[in-house]
Structures are given as C-alpha cells and as structure tokens.
Design a binder for this molecule. Structure first.
Ligand code: SAM
Length: 246
C-alpha cells in the first residue's frame, strides 16, 4: 500500500519508522511518503493560513497550497488515491472503516492545523477523487497529524504480512471474525500463578473447543459490562443459544 501525507509538520510522523509499521516499510509492504505543505507556497513567509471570512477566532488553511500539493501528489501515480481529511466533523473512524481502507492501494492524507482547511478544497476534490472526511473521536486535537498516525497504524496492521500471526486480526475487538462485534476477553501468559492470581484453569486444559467457548463467554461478559450497546447491535441473529445464557 502507498500512503502519502501532506502536512506542515512532516517530522510529526517519525513514529512511523518504529515497531510494526517501521518493519512493514522495511519489508516493502508499506510505502509511506511525507510532504511539506509549505513547499507549495510562493511567498517568502511560506504562508499556509489566513483570517476566516465572516470573522471569528483562529486562522483557516488557504486553498492554494493544499490544491497544488494534492494535485502534485495525487497526479504522481496511476489510478488516483483515496483522499482522507481528518476533521472532528467527519465520519467516525471504526475498525470497519480501517478494513475498508486496508483494501485500497493508495491513501493520501491531508491533516490540517488551525481551524481546518478552506471548505472549497474538499468541494473541489469531491468531483475528482474519493474524499473522506474522518473523525477519530468526539474531541478536538490541535492538528490532524495525530489522527493520521492513529488511522495509518490501524490500517497497516490489517495488511497481509504485517502481523506475524494473521489470526491476531480476526480475534481482535470489533473484528468481523468469530467474535464479530464483541470486545476481546481477558488474556493471560506464564506463570500460571502470579501474586496469588491464578490463570483460569480451562486455559491450561488443552481442550480447544472448551477454550473457544470460554473465550466467547468472556468476550460477551466484558462487552455487556463495558459496551452493552455493541451486544444490542448484534441482535438475536448475532447470538447463539449459549450466548443468550451469558
Ligand atoms: N475548529 C475545528 C472544529 O471544531 O471542528 C477544529 C480544528 S482542530 C483545532 C485542527 C485540526 O485537527 C482539524 O482540522 C483536524 O485536521 C484535526 N482534528 C482535530 N480533532 C480531530 C478529530 N477528533 N478527528 C480527526 N481530526 C481531528
């Protein structure tokens, strides 16, 4: 997958060099290219913002540098990328959206600062690219860079070959696998007893069928306790007879 990020803080993306994502880049599974938005300005101050029309606090990002940058980057490959614009007013980013993005060959991110990007930029590209305005949660960050880090990490770990064990992805919370729509239950490792706390004996039994059932029961219990709305969303057809007893 190719990922391009245009930002006034390309250095913000240093974490994309470490851990899983760093390894994925190294293996050639992920081609991440960073661009400085100010390279598409034409004044001595490399200005990217201006005062808002209609008045009010803060500054708004100017359309010209963004459009020049997006034209240059989006036009530098084959079929155009999907343009992702982080904003608190966007479509909520979920595991489902991450799975959708993981199928794309090319994502282009446009993280803003200040009060956001002049709205005409999104209107302009809606007719030429697939544009997604996306929110990572109901709170306001100082800039879109942290949102891009979140989205890239969630998407990259879904790409084939990025995780050592592909099963980790299907068993995850929110994943569409065996635990569809549920939170993952508790996990344990050695030693079997630690500070008097015992690992549930079933996990040491070697009975894979019973372990799978126990895991589903625990996932259900945890989801009911912490996020009951997720269980309600599954509906009766999402639950088997034993589930309903939990
Ligand atoms: N005034 C804007 C509003 O209330 O919607 C918030 C602007 S925020 C200070 C600056 C930038 O941070 C946004 O344009 C966006 O790129 C990013 N941002 C902030 N919160 C975000 C969130 N929850 N999800 C995605 N991006 C966010």
């Amino acid at each position: 997958m190719r990922v391009d990020i245009i930002s006034i803080f390309p250095e913000y993306f240093a974490p994309l060099d470490v851990s899983l994502i760093g390894k994925a880049r190294h293996k050639g599974l992920l081609d991440i290219r960073l661009h400085q938005l100010r390279d598409w300005t034409h004044d001595v101050h490399r200005t990217v913002d201006d005062t808002p029309y209609g008045g009010g606090p803060g500054m708004v990002m100017k359309p010209e540098p963004w459009s020049e940058a997006i034209d240059a980057v989006a036009g530098s490959g084959g079929p155009p990328p999907r343009l992702i614009v982080p904003t608190p007013s966007g479509r909520p980013f979920t595991q489902e959206v991450a799975l959708e993005y993981a199928k794309e060959p090319w994502l282009l991110f446009a993280p803003a600062r200040y009060e956001g990007i002049d709205a005409r930029v999104m209107a302009e590209y809606e007719s030429r690219l697939r544009v997604d305005e996306v929110s990572i949660g109901d709170y306001v960050l100082a800039g879109g860079e942290a949102a891009v880090l979140v989205i890239v990490e969630a998407v990259a770990r879904l790409l084939p070959g990025v995780l050592g064990n592909a099963g980790s992805v299907t068993d995850d919370s929110f994943a569409p696998g065996a635990m569809a729509g549920l939170l993952e239950g508790p996990v344990y490792t050695k030693p079997p007893v630690w500070r008097g706390h015992q690992v549930p004996p079933i996990l040491l039994s070697g009975n894979h069928g019973a372990i799978a059932r126990w895991r589903r029961d625990e996932a259900l219990r945890r989801t009911l306790a912490k996020r009951p709305e997720l269980v309600a969303r599954l509906g009766p057809e999402g639950l088997d007879k034993r589930d309903r007893e939990v």
